[in-house]
Write a new protein. Structure first.
Length: 146
């Protein structure tokens, strides 16, 4: 049996063979960009990274009110001096979360949602809390993990 006879026996055309890799890659892309827990944040894999607070990029976290966004997670030092890590993606429509140290809360500028230091909703329109991450400070090494 020739190759063309084999494919036509199963109703496969040359166009279908050409489209197979394209359809396969679209499916993978959609899976990679999904948000599996519905609470915002980086959920496309395990979260576990370390920030060196002795480097200029992260040294702001040594000061009360300092904050950085890394891997879609906002890490902040509160006015009380404690460190907090939350998803930096608003649970309403994905706006960028910022830290307002004077108010002691996290804020989304898109529609005005505010979140507490534990990620809970203070006021909407967001209805779901921000995902909270664990922190472990060893010297100047700050580990952020789920
Ligand atoms: S996207 Fe944050 S309040 Fe709407």
């Amino acid at each position: 049996m020739k190759r063309t006879e084999f494919f036509s026996a199963f109703g496969i055309t040359a166009g279908m063979l050409f489209m197979a890799p394209v359809l396969s890659s679209c499916s993978k892309s959609m899976t990679d960009s999904s948000n599996s827990n519905g609470t915002g944040g980086n959920t496309n894999g395990p979260v576990d990274f370390t920030l060196d607070l002795s480097t200029p990029a992260y040294s702001g976290l040594n000061n009360k009110g300092g904050s950085v966004v890394v891997n879609s997670i906002i890490v902040a030092r509160t006015s009380a001096g404690t460190l907090v890590a939350l998803s930096a993606i608003c649970t309403h429509q994905g706006g960028p979360i910022g830290f307002e140290s004077s108010a002691g809360q996290f804020h989304c500028p898109n529609h005005g949602s505010n979140f507490g230091l534990d990620g809970s909703v203070i006021n909407g329109p967001a209805a779901a809390p921000l995902k909270k991450y664990n922190l472990q400070l060893t010297g100047t090494s700050l580990r952020v993990y789920a």
